[in-house]
Structure formats: structure tokens, C-alpha cells
Design a protein around this ligand. Structure first.
Ligand SMILES: [Mn+2]
Length: 255
């Protein structure tokens, strides 16, 4: 048995002190800060693990995965389009190539080390592109789709349904259909090699992916925001925790 609580890495934003709310946030001019979202941290704590913030680091420091029991690739900036062979257009939000580069290597290291991985929003998109998939630069590129990006509704408020296609998700939610929130303007287009579509919105937008050969689940919605109001928001985090504990069990039995 693990003698301590599991350690779960949580990625985050790399921002300048001047960013946000149109003015100076912290510190002195020119300083930068690593920002890890509270909602993710609270969810990791609520399922019994200890969150460890993973700022954008030098690429050789992805070796931090060896000290972690699982990793969450969180929401954030748009994935740089050159990673899937495209250019930016006027619909792009902020991109952070340094974060993309670091998280790409971090994902590679986590997969190699067999660590359980949960991707959320941008995390799903990063994972899809990593496995050779592409993204819609805006969901409207898919045609006549639902609104997927709400800015003025409570972050826990559900926006649309998702059909659960994969048995793992159906079992976790004890349902074939759930209501989810939605705060994304991009979405998975071509699915990366080896990934299975695990949930889909009524308009065909991909809402979850799993990889059968890895302990990897990714969701396009934001369970950590839903969790502030609804216990079901914790389900993906509980899945990650269960994967960590199962891995621990099998390691112990081998030893
Ligand atoms: Mn959506």
C-alpha cells in the first residue's frame, strides 16, 4: 500500500504579471507567474490525492513525472496550429508555444512511464494532436453545430448533452447520456492514432477520448468547474485516483 497520499501533477498557465483584468496583477513590471486553476486543485484534494502544480519548465525537467502518481493536462490556451500542420487565423485566442512544447514532452514522458493521464479541454486537444490527430480551429468548421463556448453563464452550468460511447464512461456515470458544461471553441477533428471516441455531443463534436493501450482519458468539458456545484464533476478525478491505486496494487503484487 502507498504510505502517502498519491501526488497528481496539474499543469497550468504561464502568464505575465500585467496579464488579466487589464492591469497589473502581482509583483513588478516584467515578472511572470505560473497559474494553476483552483478548481482542478480542489477536485484532486476532494478525491484524496495531493495536487502538485506543474508550471511550464525547461523540457529536461519533464523527469518530474517519475515523482508523480498521475497527471492532469488542464484547460488553457489554444494549441499552436503548426503542431497539426496548419496556420493561425483570426479566430485564434491566445497561444503559448512554450507551454505546448513543455506539455508535449511531459505527455511523452508520462506515457512512457505508464502514468495515469487525465486530459481536460485543451488537454484533450493536446492529446489528440500528440497522437497525430487534428483540430477544428473553430467548432463552426464542422458546420451547423451547437454553441460550445459560453462566457456569461455560471461555470458549472450544463450547456448540452453528451452520448457516452465507451463502456468505461458508461460505467463511471451509470448512464448512456449526460449533461455537460462547454467552454471550448476548438474541437478534435481527425482522431489521433489509437484513440477511441468515448463521448460525443448531439452535433457530432467529440467530447471525450480514451486510449485502450494507455491509462488515458480526456474530456472536452470542464468537470472541475461542474464539481463546484455537482458531485458528478468529480467522476473523472475519481477515475484518475482509481487508476493510480490500481497501478499501485499491481506493482505491489509484482514485487
Ligand atoms: Mn462542448
Amino acid at each position: 500500500m502507498m504510505k502517502r497520499k498519491p501526488l497528481i501533477g496539474v499543469t497550468g498557465y504561464d502568464v505575465s504579471g500585467e496579464e488579466g483584468f487589464g492591469g497589473k496583477l502581482r509583483g513588478n513590471a516584467g515578472q511572470g507567474f505560473s497559474v494553476i486553476g483552483h478548481d482542478y486543485l480542489r477536485c484532486v484534494e476532494r478525491v484524496g490525492a495531493i495536487p502538485v502544480g506543474l508550471p511550464v519548465l525547461n523540457k529536461e525537467n519533464v523527469s518530474v513525472v517519475e515523482a508523480l502518481d498521475g497527471i492532469i493536462f488542464t484547460g488553457g490556451e489554444d494549441i499552436a496550429p503548426h503542431l497539426y500542420g496548419e496556420n493561425v487565423d483570426h479566430r485564434f485566442g491566445r497561444i503559448c508555444p512554450e507551454r505546448d512544447d513543455f506539455e508535449w514532452k511531459l505527455l511523452e514522458a508520462a506515457l512512457k512511464a505508464g502514468k495515469p493521464i487525465l486530459g481536460i479541454c485543451r488537454g484533450l486537444q493536446l492529446i489528440n494532436v500528440y497522437f497525430g490527430g487534428t483540430l477544428y480551429k473553430d467548432v463552426s468548421d464542422k458546420g451547423d453545430v451547437l454553441v460550445h463556448n459560453f462566457e456569461k453563464i455560471p461555470r458549472w452550468y450544463t450547456a448540452h448533452k453528451a452520448s457516452l460511447l465507451h463502456p468505461v464512461l458508461r460505467q463511471l456515470y451509470a448512464s448512456e447520456e449526460i449533461e455537460i458544461n462547454s467552454f471550448h471553441h476548438m474541437a478534435a477533428n481527425k482522431i489521433g492514432e489509437g484513440l477511441d471516441i468515448a463521448a460525443i455531443a448531439p452535433d457530432g463534436i467529440v467530447e471525450a477520448l480514451v486510449h485502450p493501450s494507455h491509462r488515458l482519458m480526456a474530456v472536452q468539458w470542464h468537470p472541475e468547474m461542474m464539481a463546484v456545484q455537482n458531485q458528478a464533476g468529480l467522476i473523472p478525478f475519481q477515475w484518475l485516483m482509481d487508476e493510480v491505486m490500481q497501478g499501485e496494487g499491481s506493482a505491489a503484487s509484482l514485487g
